[in-house]
Design a protein around this ligand. Sequence first.
Ligand code: SF4
Ligand code: SF4
Length: 342
Amino acid sequence: MNMIKIQKQDWEKGLEKLKSGYELFGPVVDKDAWEFRKLEPDQLPVLGMANTRLSAKSTVFPQSQVMFRYSLEPSKEDSGGMQAEGLDVKPRAVLGIRPCDAASFQLVKKNFDNREYPDPYWVKPFEQTTFIGFACDQPLQTCFCTSVGGGPYGEAGLDLLFSENGDHFIAKALTEKGDILAKAAGWQTEGDAAELEAKRVAAEKKISTTVATDRIKTSSVLDLFNAPFWEEIAFACLNCGTCTFSCPTCWCFDIQDEVKGTEGKRMRNWDSCMFPLFTLEGSGHNPRPKKEQRVRQRFMHKLKYYPDKYGSDVQCVGCGRCIQLCPVNIDIRQVCESMNNL
Ligand code: SF4
Ligand code: SF4
């Protein structure tokens, strides 16, 4: 792991050099918020944000994606055949991702990149991506990454970690991919590990929220499922899906065909367990017709089913987006407390 010092003017020069070998993604201002986008040739990432409104998951798992196209036209050579899309992915770099979002890819990976059902539409872009993180020096009041195994200088899922310090950045190359990218950008001046460490300690002290989830692991699934608090938690929920769309660790999707005449395309689109139609079966039966059941499903999946299935920590990186954006102030930290104290 190499420490690197980069003067700010060399950051932009480095990005210029990277454009020949990588597609670059980064945060850009979109009206009143920051969002991750593929950068235009003359565009630079805007790094002064607390965090983006939607997470960086769209860089690997787009909100809407064509999986393949087909034609039923008898005169066409590929009649009845399928033309896959989205699998020829060039090397890319996601710039300015926060440590919480980078860590989320490691949690989501268990779903998309496993031996039973590897998903090439997620795995290919993920493998081709170098994640360049920017540490959080000003965490928000809603951030609780340090309670769920991360931190404002967390390294999980990152190839390079940057921290801004006056006229320069101090960076740490964490993987071979990160080393390769730093060399390609010409960032090779040796940096000081103590400088990064001092900034890490200062940033962690700013996170005031602690959330306990330790006792959820040993509680019985049935006790949690039948707990008396779900109706109250769900009471105000509008089932708008904002929490799931903004969450870096939510991965529900739906697959639909769009057909026009004899031409069709199969699309994958984000979906949400908070929507009543998400579980509606072809028979008309819906196993989760009530709002209370859907809200319970979201929290049980993140805080109980996922840790039980994978023997891991919770499926949440503490980014706080669902707390900031929920229109009726449903707060996962309070739900953790209710579940942990059952
Ligand atoms: S953001 Fe809030 S209101 Fe909307 S679905 Fe999520 S919990 Fe319900
Ligand atoms: S559940 Fe909320 S706090 Fe946790 S990762 Fe998702 S959006 Fe962030």
